[in-house]
Design a protein around this ligand. Structure first.
Ligand code: ASP
Length: 427
């Protein structure tokens, strides 16, 4: 009997943590040399990175083929515009709900109020070296989003090794697909066929690479558990708990509710279909790298058409990051609280809006959200160096928030699918 992929991934995760965690604890107690967990962690990271690289390799061609074919087959431009507007509105709304969940949870738990002395010293050191970033970065951030959208050269965007220009690729592919339908006729049919065929091949390639997921996931779990000591969890425990609780509320209450009400789907059944993608997101901490799996799960396991998923998912992996948005807000409120700065309602609102922008701008790669946090810190006049305070636990939180990002993209896909099918029923 062959094990299902998500079971294989789950076992790989447990195995990785089962080896990494005890090793780290034993080294902490001095029972094994300290270098052991670090060495093992590096081997794990290597194995994980190979898997990540394989996935990165297919992201750009997969998005291009999938989007152009999806859009070219979508039919009318007005239909596309409608789907686009709905998707964007839905994305912004869920991210905002996530941020509000985070802020409420923060205000209940107040994780920085009982900060240990060690933590305050750490922060004081970070603060004195800091320079206030000022308020002007809000406008800069907004314009940067627009510039990110329009690639100065679409071929360069496609060739960007960091996959950070995905937004540009999406924009160009959207236009290209749309103009295939505008030109139509023989040309339109030939180009549509070409991209349909390319997409079919890319999907097969993706499915082939996905088979190696358990090995990569095992490596990453080993890396995360053997490498990160347990001691940091103690200092930042309340903060982690706040982020984790808020993320869980979003993942297990808000999004399932939306699935039931708007998509009329059973959240549990849908979650099971998405499991390989969500687990891969957890271990790779990259929405972009997970994208091939997300597309496969949505189409092959949840039965949603390529027309919807080709548009909703690549866009979501780039701009819809509920987990990241929530995390940005909580992290900045936490840093402010530890610094003895009480943020009023107005300033919390500024944090909420900049967190939303920062999450839209964050690339779907590990730690991207942490980098973008500079913008949110700047908006409330906190020194950017204070990011250092929470870096130690960032990987773990990154893993969790990335799974929420992917879970949210997947639920969006089901919701938009329902809305679009309702519309074609009545049309
Ligand atoms: N790692 C996240 C993602 O790929 C982004 C982040 O750092 O929050 O979705």
């Amino acid at each position: 009997m062959k094990l299902k992929l998500h079971h294989q991934i789950l076992i790989a995760m447990i195995l990785g943590a089962g080896i990494g965690l005890p090793l780290n604890i034993l080294a902490g107690m001095g029972k094994v040399p300290e270098s052991w967990p670090q060495t093992i962690a590096m081997y794990g990271k290597g194995a994980g990175d190979v898997f990540l690289r394989l996935l990165s390799m297919i992201v750009a061609p997969l998005i291009l083929a999938s989007l152009v074919s999806g859009i070219a087959n979508a039919g009318s431009l007005s239909g596309l515009r409608r789907m686009g507007a709905r998707t964007l509105a839905y994305y912004v709304s869920t991210s905002m709900i996530a941020i509000i969940t985070g802020i409420i949870t923060f205000n209940i738990i107040q994780p920085g109020a009982n900060a240990s002395e060690a933590l305050q010293k750490l922060n004081a050191a970070a603060a004195t070296t800091g320079v206030a970033a000022g308020n002007q970065s809000l406008a800069t951030t907004m314009w940067n989003q627009v510039f990110n959208l329009i690639p100065s050269n679409p071929f360069a965007a496609l060739a960007d090794p960091s996959n950070k220009s995905v937004l540009g690729v999406i924009f160009f592919a959207l236009l290209f697909g749309a103009f295939i339908t505008v030109v139509g006729g023989d040309t339109g049919a030939r180009l549509t066929k070409l991209f349909d065929d390319a997409f079919a091949v890319m999907m097969r390639m993706t499915m082939f690479i996905i088979k190696t997921a358990p090995v990569g996931v095992f490596g990453f779990m080993l890396f995360a558990t053997a490498g990160a000591g347990l001691s940091v969890f103690k200092a930042l425990g309340w903060y982690m708990l706040t982020v984790a609780i808020a993320l869980s509320v979003h993942a297990f209450v808000t999004l399932p509710l939306l699935l039931v009400v708007l998509a009329r789907r059973s959240p549990w059944a849908y979650f099971k279909s998405m499991m390989p993608a969500v687990l891969t997101a957890f271990s790779t901490a990259s929405s972009n790298a997970t994208l091939p799996l997300t597309i496969t799960c949505v189409e092959k396991r949840a039965g949603i058409s390529n027309r919807i998923s080709a548009f909703v998912l690549p866009l979501g992996a780039t701009i819809n990051m509920d987990g990241t948005a929530l995390y940005e807000a909580v992290a900045v409120l936490f840093i402010a609280q530890v610094s003895g700065l009480e943020l009023g309602l107005g300033q919390q609102a500024i944090v909420a809006i900049t967190a939303l922008l920062a999450s839209i701008g964050a690339a779907g790669i590990p730690h991207a959200g942490t980098v973008m946090m500079v913008v949110v810190l700047g908006a409330v006049g906190l020194p950017i160096e204070s990011v250092g305070l929470i870096l130690a636990v960032d990987r773990v939180l990154d893993m969790y928030r990335t799974s929420i990002n992917v879970w949210s993209d997947s639920t969006a896909c089901a919701v938009i699918d329902k809305m679009e099918s309702r519309r074609s029923d009545t049309a």
